[in-house]
Design a protein around this ligand. Structure first.
Ligand code: PRP
Ligand code: MN
Ligand code: MG
Length: 182
């Protein structure tokens, strides 16, 4: 059903699960005794986060934020609107932001600055995908699953018009899918 819209698979289900297991092992070592607050950025980060935390065999807490970019009008400021804030007080906590992808870097740049301003002890980023060619603001993740080229990738949380988030692998959409809808 969903497969018919996919031109090419970039990372298979198996490759993704193997990489998430490695990341979980590394993070378990880096965050043992830190009781990190794992911060998922809705909605794209959900599939990655739920798999990742189950590979982290340490005490941790989870919370979520939902943000939206203001779009092209505030490109230079990179301002982001908070749709749902954290429930947790982050002062003196070690935060691990979980994202599905860093593209322009605007979302994460805003979030990292905000959470540091709120006096978190540390703020680090783990992202399933990094699209370095999309970068507008100079920000890098601390932990990266895979790099992707400058193409419209979907699956494992990444959507096109809110669909394909449940695809269990990372793929590229056939151009006719977005041409049809535009
Ligand atoms: C996407 C993605 C990241 C962000 C990356 O989220 O999940 O959060 O954009 O882009 P950037 O580096 O250019 O800021 P989106 O705002 O589409 O919301 P979603 O997660 O609900 O799809
Ligand atoms: Mn997102
Ligand atoms: Mg999106």
């Amino acid at each position: 059903m969903l497969e018919k819209d996919i031109k090419e698979t970039f990372y298979s289900k198996e490759e993704i699960h193997e990489r998430i297991a490695q990341l979980g092992k590394t993070l378990s070592e880096d965050y043992k005794d830190k009781n990190p607050l794992v911060v998922g950025i809705l909605k794209g980060a959900v599939p990655f986060l739920t798999d990742l935390v189950r590979e982290m065999n340490i005490p941790l807490e989870m919370d979520f934020m939902d943000v939206s970019s203001y779009g092209n009008t505030t490109v230079s400021s990179g301002e982001v609107k908070i749709l749902k804030d954290l429930d947790t007080v982050v002062e003196n906590r070690h935060l691990l932001i979980v994202e599905d992808i860093i593209d322009s870097g605007r979302t994460l740049n805003y979030l990292v600055n905000l959470l540091k301003y709120r006096q978190a002890s540390s703020v680090k980023i783990v992202t399933l995908l990094d699209k370095p060619d999309g970068r507008v603001i100079d920000i890098e993740a601390d932990y990266v699953g895979f790099e992707v080229p400058n193409e419209f990738v979907v699956g494992f949380g990444l959507d096109y018009a809110e669909r394909y988030r449940n695809l269990p692998y990372i793929g590229v959409l056939k151009p006719e899918v977005y041409e049809k809808n535009s």
